[in-house]
Design a protein around this ligand. Structure first.
Ligand code: HEM
Length: 273
């Protein structure tokens, strides 16, 4: 007799009941892969991007909630959320190992079918940058044909970033650090914030929560940098120095992005210790 899980109480009939696939809306997700060529590897390419976008969605969910908690001074739940964001970045970093199995010959088979589409036009990636505080308004332009994507990015650019709220905690602890006036720009190094952070790092026991908060952001940026590095290395491995499908110089553009610093004060203070 073969084993029948129904005997242990497993439900086997879902007529009129919510099943696993219903709850997770698997039908739309698993029917959303539409390769435009006959190339075997196009499926990998599509799923790799789609799963990355799903993880980005979760990262944004956690970052938004962490920012609310930080603003309220409720740091412990924020620590947990920021740890999760770092783990998501780690997950995205490991995912490059799968994509790396695709060779230039295999990518070339379907490259033309992508047209001008590129991760450069990922609105969720831009939103992650905007929430963290790396705000370049020019990056909104590829979405101008989709006002429903532009509106949240514009609204985000007027809001204090995750890092602005973290600096708000420095102020709440009595440090004299001015609030940023121009919110729609990337964070510039701020000598007062850098000095305040140096004080925190010189006396971690006195400022433990601020110290831990700063380290959570550094973790996040550390993983984010690894993601950018893995991306550019994978891209060079697959397309060499060809132009990107999004129209940039490709690897040279991505190398330039390696210089982006999300939280300059937190990196610069290290030199002061
Ligand atoms: C064969 C694999 C890949 C290649 C050849 C590739 C190539 C490129 C290139 C050349 C760019 C620069 C913009 C352009 O001109 O297109 C770019 C940007 C980007 N790609 Fe990829 N990519 C690949 C996979 C991925 C994957 C799996 C993701 C995950 C979502 C991704 C996300 C991004 C993002 C977010 C950007 C914008 C980066 C920025 O502006 O800082 N890419 N990609």
């Amino acid at each position: 007799m073969s084993y029948d899980p129904a005997q242990e109480g497993a439900r086997m009939s879902f007529q009129g009941r919510m099943s696993y696939g219903d709850y997770l809306c698997l039908d739309p997700i698993l029917t959303a892969q539409h390769p435009k060529s006959q190339a075997h590897d196009e499926m990998l390419f599509i799923i790799q991007h789609q799963t990355s976008e799903l993880w980005m969605k979760l990262a944004l969910h956690e970052m938004a909630a962490a920012r609310v908690r930080i603003a309220a001074g409720d740091l412990k739940p924020a620590f947990k959320m920021l740890t999760r964001v770092a783990r998501i970045m780690e997950q995205l970093n490991s995912a490059w190992d799968v994509l790396r199995t695709m060779t230039p010959s295999e990518y070339t088979e379907f490259r033309e079918t992508l047209g001008e589409s590129s991760g450069f036009q990922s609105h969720q990636y831009r939103m992650i940058e905007f929430v963290a505080g790396n705000r370049n308004m020019a990056m909104i332009r590829p979405h101008e044909h989709r006002p429903e994507l532009v509106a949240p990015l514009l609204a985000e650019a007027e809001r204090p970033s995750l890092y602005d709220e973290v600096v708000g905690r420095l102020r709440a602890a009595g440090f004299d650090v001015p609030a940023r006036r121009k919110l729609d720009q990337p964070h510039q190094p701020d000598p007062q914030a850098r000095a305040a952070w140096a004080q925190v790092y010189r006396d971690p026991h006195r400022y433990w929560e601020l110290y831990e908060l700063a380290e959570k952001l550094v973790d996040f940026e550390d993983y984010f940098r690894r993601w950018r590095f893995n991306h550019v290395t994978t891209v060079e491995r697959i397309i060499g120095f060809k132009r990107g499908s999004g129209g940039t110089s490709g690897v040279n553009y991505l190398r330039r992005m390696l210089d982006v610093v999300l939280f300059p004060d937190l990196w610069e203070l290290r030199t002061d210790l």
